[in-house]
Design a protein around this ligand. Structure first.
Ligand SMILES: Nc1ncnc2c1ncn2[C@@H]1O[C@H](COP(=O)(O)OP(=O)(O)OP(=O)(O)O)[C@@H](O)[C@H]1O
Length: 671
């Protein structure tokens, strides 16, 4: 498939140049490690990128749209791949070029370039400025970086945070500067000096967080800021992928890699869904995909460039695999040989994959590591894998699990699954720690739960203390760009936080249930807390989650003992406990029940947000008039806008804030 054809995203690779290779021996080995061929000869529209020693009988190959070799430079990639996209921008489309790959694989070299070899962004800007001048169009730029799923304005000396607001499919980047640019010198000064300046938020400097770096080149219909936008071109240099397990001893790196990998994976899922023409595209799973949303869908164009290290690099292999998967909307691995003799890559890959999967991994998962299955491009498979992909981080969506379980079974079993499993495992690990620190509520967003400040946060489960929730409000907005001498307008940063006075405890009232609407969350919380109180007071000697739902006692379904969603007042609680395993300790019993309660509460909370009336929404702690209105707007757009706690970022609530809000709701019930 050539550029600008039907599929939305073109997925290509670039093998890093030779310069970085030192000893001659390394050169020889590296030359052999990646090879590119056309699977169907010269007629092939795609290429197969193979990893492994040339002498090996079996190599891992991945099908991509194209692969640029070590000696093919940025200028060639620009003229073949990026220039056609610029033409699209000038007729009103958006285009996005994304470089991703392992650490040190040449992403920055490709996008930013070096003094000797300009990168794609500079080459594109030169072309855009030239066409803009000829046609009388204003060109502006915005630069941002995303660190730990928060976006910051790079053209702002203070690097204020950028907030993403979406209303009816339109993305607004609140607080992102947009600076007019008239010459390439101005651009270089702003873009390169902005990206390389170290004036970053204090926390970022201290912890050396790595970040995704984005550039937006906006083209206007006329030659001033009053003109309507025409199209824009995005360049994104993603932070390098790295298997976070390798550094799990270092907490900061582990979490940082986890965030980065999650966001790379979220992007991959979006591209996959777009290429597979899925009706649902999971834009909301990361800050990056939310920011790029209006450039990725519709008639817009995407160029994904997977940067590959020229010498052996397990992470590059994983990235090629992901790229291949997004390339077709389904992963294709091309077996190069049927011989079963030893290969250079495979044993390394297997051991690496195994090492990532702890002994507790289920048999089918373990099996997939060693089994390579080739999948047809059937729609069913595409759908199933998309569903699986989308649900990876969807912990709060427990209630829909069973419905889709059967579809998930057909999901392809291959290396990419191990990447997903790795991320899942990482999340579970983080979640495990999270549980220890935050005993009551925070299941659904384990990664979000682990920003540095949250770990330090004192947690008071069941506290009745009032917690002031900061509420984000737009205070002022002025666009005051000086076209002649572009300067950074600090007034463009319009958002800051004010403490909303929430000391009035109106939410602790019990509200009558309206038959036609979802019961107020307070009612559900009362129900849940009653169960918890019952459990606490009865101090059972043993309660264990029954293995099956059909274990019955006196004709009753015994899972109801531990399922706070369906309490049965008619049956004495202590009677129900007799069905449980006598070897279970009271602590285990209590933990099992609390954990169920927690999941149930999260589900209820989200269900409430998805169904409650505006007045009911406002009764929740932390949801004011503005948020309630915004939630209703989102519901107009999609009937169930929130699937997990992470989705609540869309209404400006961090995991920390949500935890505080839920704690307050529950705390009030124990007064
Ligand atoms: N095509 C190339 N030719 C020569 N040198 C290159 C090439 N690509 C990258 N390099 C060199 O390799 C090193 C790493 O490249 P670069 O910083 O672009 O990697 P990266 O993928 O952006 O790294 P990170 O993941 O850390 O952001 C740099 O010194 C760069 O100059």
């Amino acid at each position: 498939m050539g550029p600008n054809q039907v599929r939305k995203a073109r997925v290509i690779a670039k093998i890093k140049g030779f310069k970085d290779l030192e000893p001659e021996s390394a050169n020889a080995a590296s030359r052999n490690w990646i090879s590119v061929h056309k699977p169907k000869g010269d007629d092939s529209e795609t290429v197969a990128v193979s990893f492994g020693d040339q002498s090996a009988s079996r190599k891992e190959s991945y099908e991509l749209d194209y692969c640029y070799d070590r000696n093919e430079g940025n200028a060639l990639i620009f003229s073949r791949e990026v220039k056609p996209l610029i033409e699209d921008v000038f007729i009103g489309h958006n285009a996005t070029v994304i470089a991703y790959g392992a650490r040190g694989s040449g992403k920055t070299f490709l996008i930013q370039g070096s003094e000797e070899e300009p990168g794609l962004a500079l080459l594109a800007m030169t072309e855009i400025l030239s066409v803009g001048e000829e046609t009388g169009k204003l060109i502006t730029i915005s630069c941002y970086e995303i660190s730990r799923d928060h976006a910051y304005d790079v053209l702002d000396p203070e690097r204020h945070e950028v907030l993403v607001w979406e209303a009816r499919g339109k993305v607004q980047l609140k607080g992102l500067s947009q600076i007019p640019v008239k010459s390439i010198q101005e651009f270089q000064k702003l873009y390169l000096s902005g990206l390389n300046s170290h004036k970053q938020p204090q926390k970022i400097v201290e912890n050396h967080y790595r970040s995704h770096k984005g550039l937006i080149i906006h083209v206007f219909r006329g030659n001033n800021l009053d003109a309507l936008p025409l199209g824009k071109m995005n360049f994104v240099d993603l932070a390098g992928y790295e298997d976070s397990r390798r550094r799990s001893a270092d907490g900061a790196n582990f979490l940082e890699n986890n965030k980065i990998n999650k966001s790379i994976y979220a992007l991959q899922k979006v591209v996959y869904a777009l290429n597979a023409n899925e009706s649902h595209v999971p834009y909301r799973e990361s800050m990056l995909t939310r920011m790029l949303r209006d450039s990725l869908g519709g008639t817009n164009k995407i160029l994904m460039v997977t940067c590959l290290n020229s010498s052996f690099c397990q992470d590059s292999l994983c990235m090629a695999n992901l790229a291949s998967r997004s390339c077709k909307g389904t992963n294709r691995i091309i077996p190069n040989s049927t011989k079963k003799t030893k290969s250079m890559v495979r044993p390394m890959m297997l051991s690496s994959c195994k090492s990532r999967i702890p002994g507790s991994v289920s048999a089918p998962v373990a099996k997939q590591i060693g089994t390579r299955v080739q999948f047809p491009d059937s729609k069913a498979n595409v759908k199933a894998s998309a569903i699986k992909g989308r649900k990876l981080f969807d912990e709060a969506c427990q209630s829909t699990k069973s419905k889709k379980a059967s579809q998930e079974k057909s999901f392809s079993l291959e290396i990419v699954s191990t990447i997903e499993n790795t991320i899942q495992e990482e999340e579970k690990n983080v979640s495990g720690i999270s549980e220890a620190i935050i005993p009551l509520v925070e299941e659904s967003s384990p990664l979000q739960a682990f920003s540095a400040e949250e770990i330090d946060m004192p947690v008071k489960a069941f506290s009745t203390e009032e917690t002031k929730m900061p509420e984000k409000v737009v205070v002022t907005h002025e666009d005051n760009h000086d076209e002649a001498t572009p300067t950074i307008n600090s007034n463009a940063k319009v958002l800051y936080f004010v403490e909303a006075d929430q000391t009035k405890d109106k939410e602790n009232n019990f509200f009558p249930v309206n038959e036609n609407e979802s019961p107020p969350i307070s009612a559900r919380l009362h129900e849940l807390s009653n169960n918890l109180k019952l459990l606490y007071s009865s101090t059972p000697s043993c309660v264990q989650t029954p293995p099956k739902t059909d274990v019955s006692f006196d004709g009753q379904v015994s899972t109801q003992i531990l399922e706070p969603k369906t309490p049965e007042p008619s049956m004495p609680f202590n009677d129900k406990l007799q069905t449980a395993d006598v070897n279970c300790t009271p602590w285990k019993a209590f933990s099992a029940c609390s954990s169920k309660m927690k999941n149930s509460l999260v589900d209820e909370y989200i269900r409430f947000l998805n169904t409650a009336s505006k007045e009911d929404l406002k009764r929740l702690k932390g949801i004011g008039e503005k948020r309630a209105t915004y939630i209703l707007e989102l519901r107009e757009e999609s009937p169930e806008p929130f699937k997990n706690l992470d989705d609540l970022k869309e209404i400006g609530l961090s995991a920390k804030q949500i935890k505080g809000m839920m704690r307050k709701e529950i705390g009030g019930l124990f007064n």
